[in-house]
Design a protein around this ligand. Structure first.
Ligand code: FES
Length: 131
């Protein structure tokens, strides 16, 4: 720990970060366009590279959802999994994840990353945290 002579400096959170926290807006995040509306058929998923992340986007029951593409078991692509009733089944060993929040259906204490999705015009956009 660094000790400064005299009164110790007080490090304050920037006002913009306080406002973001109060509004429950993830600090330093951005929306990225991953596809156009219509490119992911109802009941299907697809995988997109956004920066250095692989994101699986699913279209089910008229809505889009985004979770990490990498299955935490052995790394299969969840975007290539079978989607049914809001649950994607990993194509390799059948682990199942809810696309709405990334929860592992067979052990709800665990989950994969889940990201907010919005439609801007004809673009499907995913909110990712800044690195
Ligand atoms: S790699 Fe997904 S269940 Fe094994």
């Amino acid at each position: 720990m660094i000790r400064f002579p005299g009164p110790q400096p007080v490090f304050k959170m920037p006002a913009s970060k306080k406002i973001a926290s109060a509004l429950k807006v993830p600090w330093m995040s951005r929306f990225e366009t991953v596809a156009q509306v219509g490119e992911i058929a109802e009941g299907q998923g697809a995988t997109f590279t956004v920066g250095d992340q692989m994101i699986a986007v699913f279209h089910t029951q008229g809505r889009y959802y985004a979770i990490d593409d990498l299955c935490p078991h052995m790394g299969a692509s969840l975007g290539a999994g079978h989607l049914e009733q809001g649950v994607v089944t990993c194509p390799w060993h059948a682990w199942r994840f809810k696309v709405s929040d990334g929860t592992w259906v067979d052990n709800p204490k665990l989950k994969v990353g889940c990201y907010e999705v919005r439609i801007e015009g004809h673009e499907i956009q995913v909110r990712l945290p800044e690195k």
